[in-house]
Design a protein. Structure first.
Length: 131
C-alpha cells in the first residue's frame, strides 16, 4: 500500500501484487480470509491513513531517507499504541512484524525518537519480504 495525492485528493493505493503478498500464500489467500489476514489488512490500511493525517507529509518520492524513516516511525508508533496493543490485549492474531515493532516500541518506552531502522526502512522492502 502507498499514500499520495492524486488530483489534489489524498489517496491510499492498494496494489494487487502487494495485497496478495500481504495476505500471504496458501490457504485463505483468495478468501475466505483468516482473522489474522483481516487484522493485518486493517492494520496496513490504518497505517496508511495515519500517513495521510500528517499535514507536513512530504511526497514519498521526494522525501530524504531521514524524512521517510521519521514518518514511518511516527506512523508505526501511532498505529501500535492505538490499534496493535488493543488487538494484542484481545488475543487477536496479527503478523509477527506488528508484534516485533510493538515490542521494540515498548522496549524504548514508546518514545517518538526510537531507533527502529533495523526493523523497517522505507527504502528497504525486507519487511514486506518477511510477510
Amino acid at each position: 500500500m502507498a499514500t499520495g495525492v492524486v488530483n489534489d485528493r489524498k489517496t491510499i493505493n492498494v496494489v494487487r501484487s502487494r495485497f496478495i503478498e500481504l495476505l500471504g500464500e496458501g490457504p485463505g489467500s483468495h478468501g475466505p480470509f483468516t482473522q489474522e489476514q483481516r487484522n493485518d489488512f486493517m492494520l496496513a490500511l490504518v497505517h496508511q491513513a495515519v500517513h495521510l493525517q500528517n499535514t507536513k507529509m512530504t511526497e514519498p518520492a521526494t522525501a530524504t531517507r531521514e524524512e521517510g524513516l521519521a514518518e514511518e516511525v511516527r506512523a508505526w508508533r501511532e498505529v501500535n499504541i492505538n490499534v496493535v496493543r488493543t488487538l494484542r490485549a484481545e488475543g487477536q492474531p496479527i503478523h509477527v512484524t506488528f508484534r516485533e515493532v510493538d515490542e521494540a516500541f515498548r522496549a524504548c518506552g514508546d518514545r517518538p525518537d526510537c531507533r527502529l531502522a533495523g526493523i523497517f526502512d522505507p527504502h528497504d522492502d525486507s519487511m514486506q519480504r518477511s510477510r
